[in-house]
Design a binder for this molecule. Structure first.
Ligand code: 5GP
Ligand code: MN
Length: 335
């Protein structure tokens, strides 16, 4: 993988570009994609964003989201655009299988593939150019760095700023995690000077739910949360019937895994949701418990040190049982 700075001289020729990201894109995945798209369009490129799946409604305020193609819904159209692409940007994921049903298609593409990502253990051999560093708060920060490091930083306007800010807020837990470095705060200051209205972004991300979502959160915290004080661990397991009863949509479960972290002494929170095709895990930790290793070792997943995800094809009941076994196995690490 060549350094991404080697792309700068190639930016002056108009290209057909596709930007894609991980399944169920969050604020960082969607924000980085929409920011990069707007900037590349300003440079004269023809740019399509393809999401592997649908996404949360609370990112729909980002300019351009109406034109984003949902691969699961419009596979044929997306495949045709991918076949024509000269450049493929892969943002906020580092291995093709994170795009679920798009995986096979991405593997067979012959175009130039470019990685911008901050997760651990990148599959660098699959990319021609790119940057992969776990030291960065978010892919949005990395897209910002890419734009600012170019000869076209002046094209960064208030709309692009909003998208970048959204991803930074999302991935730093609103500037709370250690990843909210001095460079992140400098980025925000710079975006403010470029016209960013940060309050607007916070409202879009956090004040944009329907009543049923909060009723659901209340129900889950009351009835689905188990606290294992001897292991400093909280487990939340959500059956499909809850998702149906509360009419839960993509994005409504975002942030749920963070609430139990505020219980005194808790080191790890594990949330599992019974999705149609799999049981999907989210793991969060504080301090020296490595969620990435845990998710990789037991639940076919990965991510960051203090935030990772995984999956299981077992039933919810079996998955929960397995979790309790491995929690006990990890007793020493959880102290
Ligand atoms: P979340 O719990 O918010 O879905 O994910 C937490 C972090 O782990 C995110 O950075 C996400 O990209 C990553 N992640 C989530 N699920 C998986 C997975 O199945 N595999 C890998 N490698 N990373 C994941
Ligand atoms: Mn991210």
């Amino acid at each position: 993988m060549k350094p991404i700075s080697e792309l700068y001289p190639l930016l002056s020729n108009a290209r057909k570009v596709v930007i894609t990201t991980h399944q169920k894109p969050d604020a960082d995945a969607m924000g980085s994609s929409m920011a990069l798209q707007q900037w590349l369009v300003k440079l004269g490129h023809s740019v399509t964003v393809i999401s592997p799946t649908n996404w949360a409604g609370w990112v729909n305020w980002m300019p351009g989201t109406k034109e984003v193609i949902d691969y699961e819904k419009e596979k044929r159209k997306a495949d045709a655009i991918l076949d024509e692409a000269e450049w493929l940007f892969c943002l906020d994921f580092n291995i093709f299988h994170r795009t679920k049903s798009m995986t096979g298609k991405l593997q067979e593409l012959k175009c130039i593939k470019i990685l911008i990502d901050h997760h651990q253990e990148p599959d660098v051999d699959s990319f021609d150019y790119g940057i992969s560093t776990t030291a960065k708060s978010s892919t949005c920060e990395m897209v910002y760095d890419f734009i600012i490091g170019s000869a076209h930083a002046d094209l960064m306007d208030s709309k692009i700023s909003q998208c970048i800010y959204a991803g930074v807020v999302g991935d730093t837990g609103s500037f709370r995690f250690a990843s909210a470095s001095a460079s992140v705060h400098r980025l925000v200051a710079d975006l403010k000077e470029r016209g960013l209205e940060h309050g607007f972004v916070h409202e879009q991300l956090f004040d944009n739910f329907l009543e049923n979502r909060w009723r659901f959160v209340g129900h889950v915290l009351q009835n689905r949360m188990e606290v294992f004080y001897e292991y400093n661990t909280v487990l939340i397991a959500i059956p499909k019937s809850d998702l149906l009863k509360y009419e839960i949509r993509t994005g409504d479960t975002e942030g749920l895994v963070n609430y139990p972290q505020s219980i005194q002494g808790i080191k790890m929170v594990a949330l599992v949701i019974d999705r149609d095709e799999e049981r999907k895990w989210s793991f969060r930790s504080k301090g020296d418990f490595d969620c990435n290793t845990f998710a990789r070792k037991y639940f076919e997943g990965g991510g960051h040190y203090n935030a990772a995800g995984g999956r299981s094809s077992d039933s919810l009941e079996k998955t929960v049982q397995r979790f309790k076994e491995v929690m006990k196995e990890n007793e020493n690490l959880l102290q």
